[in-house]
Design a protein around this ligand. Structure first.
Ligand code: SF4
Ligand code: SF4
Length: 369
């Protein structure tokens, strides 16, 4: 495990890292820490930046970091298109073809993957990469009361090989110790477990992993790159976390609010507090009176912020581990927005309305409007 960074600098100008994440998982801070770590503790030069939209939990986030020898100036400040290390902070992102952009036979990939998801994950891997590692970041973060970003930092340190664990620990102390001293111990544990538990995928068991020397970059064949000719009209974004799929479940970090309907007094505080209109109220009867009654939650919209749990006056909403509640009892999809989330994802970016739709609209299920 690990790369010879000096050898890499003999062959190329930079060692490039790309982080693919979702707002709320801490990739921005992780990227800053990785960049700082290189300068302060590895005697390297580094530059990095993140790209994110509204900073809302659940929106796509990308982080870019470049390393180079200390005497070299970094004059490139564009996104890392062909990464040496690609770090995916949530398994749901693997369905997005843009996440794999520029992945080649020199790319090592680390994926935050829940236990038992390896086989399912294989369908989303590109054909070409150098190596693939997985770490159950969500579970480690929950057990250590840390966050996914420090677990991924630990995994990155181990996989890169030229980063000592102590250097990673120190950069955590420098950044998190000052800002969040009470959380430092848990974060250090999360970092150490990420370092210790990251595992290389077995190429024999997962036959699709091929080392193809000299191959061109690739993306999975279920997708299509977006450009001016293929972008959906009106800028509609059909990816995970977007308004089309309205599926914010990838933003959750292992916990969901569990509704105990028998305790609910239908006060509506959860509905006023929830930022994502998760609660579904409908006309009904409570204590013999006609009123709006809480029917349940549209978990597609829930990003797991737990504000509703904090605000409920009678503990009718409690924090639960999502893995222990695969069939959520009061899962009530918003009846005004019924949709199948995968409908748009599977169709690819051109499947919703084609770029020629200023003339006619070609619908995914066939036919024209
Ligand atoms: S805040 Fe609690 S009691 Fe009030 S409507 Fe929501 S779940 Fe029911
Ligand atoms: S945790 Fe509660 S407040 Fe937060 S998004 Fe989910 S339902 Fe809404």
């Amino acid at each position: 495990m690990g790369v010879d960074i000096d050898k890499i600098f003999e062959q190329q100008d930079y060692y490039g890292i790309r982080l693919e994440s979702i707002g709320g998982l801490g990739a921005n801070l992780c990227g800053k820490m990785v960049g700082e770590l290189a300068v302060r503790y590895l005697n390297l030069n580094s530059a990095g930046f993140s790209s994110y939209g509204s900073e809302k939990t659940g929106t796509p986030v990308k982080g870019y970091i470049r390393f180079c020898p200390p005497e070299k100036e970094i004059r490139v400040h564009s996104p890392v298109v062909n990464p040496d290390l690609l770090v995916i902070f949530h398994q749901a992102l693997m369905r997005d073809p843009s996440v794999w952009k520029g992945c080649s036979d020199r790319t090592t990939v680390i994926i935050a993957l829940d236990q038992g998801q390896e086989e399912a994950m294989m369908q989303n891997l590109p054909d070409i990469m150098k190596e693939c590692y997985v770490v159950n970041a969500r579970q480690i973060a929950m057990e250590t009361k840390s966050r996914i970003n420090v677990v991924m930092l630990g995994a990155m340190a181990k996989v890169m090989g030229f980063v000592e664990l102590e250097a990673a620990r120190q950069i955590c102390r420098d950044n998190l110790g000052r800002k969040y001293p009470a959380a430092l111990e848990g974060n250090l544990k999360g970092l150490e477990q990420g370092y210790g538990q990251v595992q290389r995928l077995n190429e024999t068991s997962f036959g699709r992993l091929k080392k193809c020397a000299g191959s061109e970059s690739t993306t999975p064949d279920n997708g299509q790159e977006w450009g001016y000719a293929t972008a959906p009209i009106g800028g509609v974004n059909p990816r995970s976390g977007s308004t089309v799929t309205a599926d914010l479940s990838p933003s959750r970090q292992g916990y969901v609010p569990i509704f105990l309907k028998e305790r609910c007094i239908n006060c509506g505080l959860c509905d006023s507090t929830c930022p994502d209109m998760v609660f579904q109220f409908a006309k009904g009867t409570y204590n013999g009176r006609e009123m709006m009654v809480n029917q349940g939650l549209d978990y597609y919209h829930c990003k797991g912020c737990m504000r509703c749990v904090d605000v409920c006056p009678v503990n009718a909403l409690v924090r639960g581990m999502e893995a222990e509640h695969p069939d959520k009892k009061y899962f009530m999809p918003n009846q005004d927005m019924l949709r199948t989330p995968d409908y748009y994802v599977k169709a690819g970016p051109d499947g919703y309305i084609t770029s020629e739709s200023y003339l006619t609209e070609k619908r995914i299920e066939g036919g024209e409007v």
